[in-house]
Design a protein. Structure first.
Ligand code: SF4
Length: 294
């Protein structure tokens, strides 16, 4: 697998409903219009710089009138639907989130659809969207619940104290952090690090699923109960879910999924490290097996 690195450093700093395009509807003065245009252009420039940083030579297609059949890669765009709205799966339109394409460019397409997302209330207090980062074709993917303060400030997943512990876990498994992909269920920091609400997770889940479609990992390790419950669609506790491999079903494919405790929990409860190590050994044994059918 390629070992290149996707790193979301998109500058969503300061994004909030008051400065978004939608909030500017009804602006009456030319000054308001100029500020709106400056905001749009600034956001577009930031996103294009992010794509260039990935080495992507062209941006994902925006909404265009559909006068021709779907392209050969099976990705359709709807003539009267904003790309972001395709997330909601209008009619029979196959959204980009359903088929973002593989690897780096697939992730870039997902990030493009996310845009300056304001689909849930978590957009109000974030500094920036934390998309996730790592190897875009990783065998091993980690999914946590949401960014914390450090992640919100830096725009990267798992960079605080819990992130440093996660790095040690990855290294103990014989990998480098750059080898794996790290993401969260919600991509904006919940205020005061509260738990994400069900509707917030539901709003953001399509983007996580699209990331998984692009990366196609062999194993997903979920960190904490929210990631496990979201992907396994269960309300069982993490204590009951961990300790064995599960099967995550996506588009008819099956991906091994290993729930374990969140590194932040381990920082408060070091005694649980043994259980986590047992979980990670299950993953290591699976990854050591010869790949089949990928
Ligand atoms: S948490 Fe997800 S759905 Fe909610 S605003 Fe952030 S990116 Fe959008």
């Amino acid at each position: 697998m390629a070992m290149d690195h996707v790193d979301d450093t998109a500058g969503d700093s300061g994004a909030d409903g008051a400065t978004g395009v939608g909030a500017a509807h009804g602006a009456g003065s030319s000054g308001d219009l100029e500020r709106e245009l400056a905001s749009v252009v600034g956001g577009l420039r930031t996103h294009l710089e992010w794509l260039l940083g990935l080495g992507v030579s062209h941006a994902p297609a925006g909404p265009t009138p559909r006068s021709s059949p779907p392209s050969a890669d099976g990705v359709e765009t709807s003539g009267d639907t904003q790309a972001g709205d395709a997330v909601m799966g209008s009619g029979n339109t196959l959204s980009l989130l359903d088929n973002p394409g593989p690897g780096r460019e697939g992730l870039a397409a997902v990030r493009g659809l996310l845009g300056d997302c304001q689909r849930c209330r978590l957009s109000r207090d974030r500094v920036q969207i934390v998309f996730g980062q790592g190897n875009p074709t990783a065998d091993l993917m980690f999914v946590g619940e949401g960014p914390g303060r450090d992640e919100d400030l830096q725009g990267k997943a798992f960079v605080g104290a819990a992130g440093r512990l996660l790095t040690k876990m990855i290294q103990a498994m014989g990998h480098h952090r750059e080898d794996v992909f790290i993401a969260n269920v919600v991509k904006c920091r919940p205020p005061r690090n509260r738990n994400p609400e069900p509707d917030e997770m539901a709003s953001c889940e399509p983007f996580l699923l699209a990331q998984i479609r692009a990366i196609r990992p062999t194993v997903i390790v979920t960190l904490g109960r929210f990631a496990a419950q979201t992907l396994l669609q269960t309300d069982q506790s993490i204590g009951r879910l961990r300790g064995r491999l599960h099967t995550f079903h996506l588009d008819g494919d099956q991906v091994a999924l290993c729930p374990t405790y969140h590194p932040a929990y381990l920082l408060r409860n070091p005694g649980a490290k043994r259980a986590v190590w047992e979980d990670l050994q299950l993953v290591m044994a699976l990854l050591d097996r010869p790949a089949s059918g990928r």
